[in-house]
Design a protein around this ligand. Structure first.
Ligand code: C2O
Ligand code: CU
Ligand code: CU
Length: 562
């Protein structure tokens, strides 16, 4: 009986952009008895057709002992170029999808899990019905059909579950995979390809004594987010890459639920990026370290030329602070007024774990901001030639305030984290609502201001920036990776207005603001302005915190583009 009600409710949502609009078009509600997206549309002619199935599986994560129970995407290529799917053997990660700009793609998604699920193509600019909005979650035994044209330029994106209130657990159990898009402009650059073009998916997990995944419990720990005990790269612990003495392209995705990485070499060699979220940069950027928050991607140009055969280089996540609430960082002996990390910088575990655990605050994993190795690169072969890093990469349209129609009136995204609630613009997620400020005209280009709303319970009044001294707002404030669906955007300014400036010093040189982005890390006290086009598709497009625990706690809203 309840099923029937849910079904009707869903029909209602599927046919209406927002609740209010729906009442004006009651005929839409009666139009179809079958689910609208369960059948391919006859006038869409795909170049690529893929069948996706998600089900439970057992895969080896740990090199020793029993396999780990996971959720996994299986895919079969029905039509299209052979390299469209690249299977990762014995892995919970779904296959790598290789698309070409301009391709028309149809995907049949079958859910064989004992719970509802839906796939989102993070970074891809696709119509609402193919974007994996949680209203389209399907039950066990059901099918959903996606149809879209690949409009994105060359770059790296990923797909993952986007099931309401289950995104964090489903992604944690394995429901994610990489998307690589190519186009002519990229191919002319002759970047490293084949064995020299390597994925690097960063995730953290906690396995119990039987190698089974364990997750967090309780509201407090969900508010801080899941932090695992082990770092996995491409689904495996203790990753070692065997590389030749030449240049490589590494596509790094932070596919973790909550962990923020500060990528850097052990010996202080700077890192060179050639792409950010879903797009190649106008020119390479070299940084002492690179911050990578959940949902973000960065493509690295790693050049091992001149390195000795047999030598090793370790990539670390370097110590940093400011990403967690002050209270948490003080317990780690960091943050506070001291700014400086004592001794080993290795905290985590042990005593702090105990203390925080006692407060019900921590997941018991590696502390956020602590130093740990990510992967070892072993130079296994000498080669004499290597491609040169191009000084200029792709043509790039810089967006500025000249392009927007709301210079003086930016759309706000006000982040608030209070005792028991996480919100954006003063609200938590609701499936069928968009506020006035969330309604955007199709074809417009908007300035959006993302900031921390510290006003203790005052809603989104005025500046919202004041911080209220050491009150609840500041103590709870942490970094949030803010992701917007639809088209990529550009970051036009970052301003630190809060009091945790010393902590900010440990991260601020690691942001790349020169490229296309779909996820941006907003530090406590930081204000980030972006410019985003809302073109091509009408409908509901989500924006949310990509700390997946936060997303599931409702730190998600949506724009209605109409
Ligand atoms: Cu990567 Cu709305 O998600
Ligand atoms: Cu997304
Ligand atoms: Cu968040």
């Amino acid at each position: 009986m309840t099923k029937k009600i849910d079904y009707k409710r869903r029909q209602f949502l599927q046919h209406s952009a927002i609740g209010a609009a729906a009442s004006a078009f009651p005929e839409l509600l009666l139009a179809q008895s079958a689910r609208i997206q369960s059948k391919p549309s006859p006038n869409f002619h795909p170049d690529v057709e893929i069948e996706f199935i998600t089900r439970k599986a057992f895969v080896p994560i740990s090199p020793q002992g029993p396999k780990t129970g996971v959720f996994k995407y299986y895919a079969k290529l029905l039509k299209g170029p052979k390299n469209t799917l690249v299977e990762l053997k014995n892995n919970y990660l779904g296959p790598i999808l290789n698309f070409t700009k301009g391709q028309k793609v149809r995907i049949y998604f079958h859910n064989e899990l004992p719970e509802p699920s839906i796939i989102h193509w993070h970074g891809l600019h696709v119509p609402q019905k193919s974007d994996g909005h949680p209203m389209y979650a399907i039950q066990n035994g059901e099918r959903y059909v996606y149809e879209f044209e690949v409009k994105n330029r060359a770059g790296t994106s990923f797909y993952h579950s986007h099931t309401h209130e289950m995104t964090a657990t489903q992604v944690y159990k394995g429901l994610a995979g990489l998307i690589q898009i190519t186009d002519d402009e990229e191919q002319r650059l002759e970047l490293p390809t084949g064995e020299y073009d390597i994925p690097m998916v960063l995730q953290d997990r906690t396995l119990d004594a039987n190698n089974q995944l364990t997750y967090l419990r309780g509201m407090h720990s969900r508010m801080l987010g899941f932090l695992g005990k082990q770092i996995l790269v491409n689904g495996k612990p203790d990753m070692r890459f065997q590389v030749k003495s030449r240049a490589y392209r590494f596509r790094v995705l932070n596919g973790s639920n909550s962990r923020i990485y500060k990528l850097g070499w052990q010996d202080g060699t700077p890192l060179t990026a050639i792409a950010t979220d879903a797009g190649i940069l106008p020119k390479p950027e070299t940084k002492p370290y690179i911050m990578l928050a959940p949902g973000e991607r960065v493509e690295l140009w790693l050049d091992f030329s001149g390195r000795k055969v047999g030598s090793e280089l370790v990539m670390y996540s370097l110590p940093h602070s400011g990403t967690m609430p002050l209270m948490y960082e003080r317990m780690q002996g960091r943050g506070g007024g001291m700014g400086r990390r004592g001794g080993m910088g290795m905290m985590g575990g042990g005593m702090q774990g105990g203390m925080m655990g006692g407060m019900g605050m921590m997941s018991g994993g590696l502390a956020q901001g602590s130093k740990f190795p990510i992967a070892t690169f072993h130079i296994s072969e000498k080669v004499s030639d290597s491609p040169k890093l191009p000084s200029k990469l792709v043509n790039f349209q810089h967006l500025s305030e000249k392009n927007v129609d709301n210079v003086r009136d930016p759309i706000p995204i006000a982040i608030a984290m209070r005792r028991m609630s996480l919100s954006l613009n003063g609200r938590t997620f609701s499936m069928d609502r968009a506020m006035d400020i969330e309604q955007v005209k199709l074809g417009s280009i908007k300035k959006i201001k993302i900031y921390h709303d510290q006003g203790g319970g005052m809603g989104r009044g005025g500046m919202g920036m004041m911080g209220g001294g050491m009150g609840g707002g500041m103590m709870m404030s942490m970094a949030h990776p803010i992701h917007l669906h639809g088209q990529q955007y550009q970051v036009i300014s970052r301003k630190m207005t809060g009091s945790r400036t010393e902590a900010y010093e440990t991260v601020k040189d690691g942001f790349i603001n020169s490229g296309w982005k779909d996820t941006v890390l907003v530090m406590p006290g930081e204000e980030v302005e972006i410019i985003k086009p809302f073109q091509d598709y009408k409908g509901l497009f989500l924006y949310h915190c990509h700390n997946l625990e936060h997303e599931d706690l409702g730190m998600m809203r949506q724009f209605y583009v109409g």
